[in-house]
Design a binder for this molecule. Structure first.
Ligand code: NDP
Length: 457
């Protein structure tokens, strides 16, 4: 059988682009279809623009802190539209780089939606063309999940639209208590917006270590976010009030008026209408594509990587999955990505850096655990007047002293945890940490100087 392409990839985000480029560089004939813009969630409406918003929102506090160091700060002003314009240009630039890199590798970039017809056939929706490929890779990512339980969901925006809002709102209500909700709560509070976060549980960031969750939760309150727990949206409606555009009625009987209502209720695999059923590709109940460790579906000619498989939904993971697929199928270097002990960050202010097991997971999986914890005021805050503290925690398996997890809430923790992740991935022991000489004065030195096991009182 001969096919139009050796590989056809659907979705030009992080995972799809990496897989396509690596495959093409081996000499394979590769095409990639993208219905929106090259770069995917991370570059266009996720990690990258979000991090710029974090930077933008940190300045207000930095100006305030600078006073403690002798600076006189004149009255500051902030032009959100100017920032959004700069941000848009940078996203355009990065998206262009993705397209150029594909082109340089010899990948054909097709700017339209593609859907699966059968195990080797793809339909290009706009042009109506049909093409064939020996292998198909699905890398279409996710899309915001909108719960059906409340009225007026059409008034909510998601993180997909938040980067296009040109006028800074006076107030915002954010629903959810995961990564996106807590990061944007800090961003808007940092920009001086009256910010409300409504979460159905009692402490945000379910799934993270409990101490980290508590620290982040308290940190949000300290940053001025109005946190409402054990409540969900019941109804969102437009108001005639000239000060606010929307009214959010909550399950606890209260209501909040705001200019913007943002839902951050998770993301769902973007598989609807993709035609996967035509080829017999098996999906999980939430619509994600079931794959094995080689990212292969139950159909021998179709693979899937990234958020659409709902394994670990992070950009670097999608990249590694895509790279491993291309190396295995085209490069003659079979390997698969190991999803264990992936360092990750939540860009709250201060941020969270975490790798490995939480205390709760470690106890459940390994039994007896030693905990080392430190909660302290960072040196800089002595002069800045900032009241926030740093939390560092090391989770150690009692039997052999292997470090199973490390969790930090504090300045620069994403930078610190990336390096700690190497040690944890190498199964370093607590003694290896202790054998490492401290770097003084730093926050991170605490990680190698904690000697006393934490004993709960
Ligand atoms: P998350 O899955 O992290 O959080 C979803 C939140 O919505 C949870 O608090 C959940 O509550 C709540 N929720 C879910 N359903 C409902 C409902 N029906 N009613 C009320 N609340 C509900 O998703 P996010 O949207 O925050 O982020 C999506 C993904 O994007 C993340 O999983 C992550 O992989 C990725 N991401 C990563 C970032 C990073 O690495 N820094 C940054 C941003 C996103 P409960 O806790 O009770 O389940």
């Amino acid at each position: 059988m001969s096919y139009d392409y050796d590989l056809f990839t659907i979705g030009a985000g992080s995972g799809g682009v990496r897989a396509s480029r690596i495959a093409a560089l081996t000499g394979a004939k590769v095409a990639i279809a993208e219905e929106f813009r090259t770069g995917g969630t991370c570059v266009i409406r996720g990690c990258v623009p979000k991090k710029f918003m974090v930077y933008a929102s940190e300045y207000r506090k930095a100006f305030k802190d600078a006073k403690g160091f002798g600076y006189t700060i004149p009255e500051i002003s902030y032009d959100h539209k100017a920032f959004i314009t700069s941000l848009g240009s940078e996203v355009d630039r990065l998206s262009g780089i993705y397209a150029r890199n594909l082109n340089n590798a010899g990948v054909e970039l097709i700017h339209e939606r593609a859907e699966i017809v059968d195990a080797h056939t793809i339909k290009l929706v706009k042009s109506g063309k049909t093409v064939t490929a020996e292998r198909i890779l699905v890398a279409v990512g996710g899309t915001p999940f909108v719960p059906g339980e409340f009225e007026g969901a059409e008034h909510c925006i998601s993180s997909d639209q938040i980067f296009d809002v040109e006028e800074l709102p006076k107030s915002i209500v954010i629903g959810g208590g995961g990564y996106i909700a807590v990061e944007f709560a800090h961003i808007f509070a940092g920009l001086g917006v009256e910010t409300h976060l409504v979460y159905r549980g009692d402490t945000v960031l379910r799934g993270f270590d409990d101490d980290i969750r508590t620290a982040v939760h308290q940190g949000m309150v300290q940053a001025g976010v109005h946190v409402v727990t054990s409540a969900v949206f019941e109804k969102v409606s437009k108001t005639s009030d000239s000060d606010h555009q929307y009214k959010v009625e909550l399950s606890n009987g209260h209501a909040i008026d705001a200019d913007i209502v943002m839902g951050a209720f998770g993301r769902s695999p973007y598989t609807k209408g993709l035609g996967l059923e035509n080829a017999g590709v098996e999906l999980a109940a939430n619509g994600s594509i079931k794959v094995d460790e080689w990212s292969k579906t139950n159909v021998p000619t179709i693979w899937a990587v990234g958020d659409v498989t709902d394994r670990v939904n992070l950009t670097p993971v999608a990249i590694r999955e895509g790279h491993a697929f291309a190396d295995t199928e085209f490069g003659g270097k079979p390997h698969h990505f190991d999803h264990d002990k992936i360092a990750t960050a939540v860009f709250t202010q201060p941020p969270v850096g975490t790798v490995g097991l939480s205390e709760e997971q470690a106890r459940a999986e390994h039994g007896e655990i030693d905990i080392y914890k430190s909660d302290f005021k960072p040196m800089k805050n002595a002069l800045s007047g900032d009241q926030s503290r740093v939390l560092m925690k090391i989770v150690v398996r009692a039997s052999d002293q292997v470090v199973l997890g490390c969790h930090i809430v504090g300045p620069d923790s994403p930078e610190i945890i990336q390096a700690v992740g190497i040690a944890v991935k190498m199964n370093a022991t607590k003694q290896d940490f202790d054998n490492t000489c401290a770097l003084h004065p730093s926050l991170a030195e605490e990680l190698v100087t904690m000697r006393t096991k934490f004993v709960p009182t």
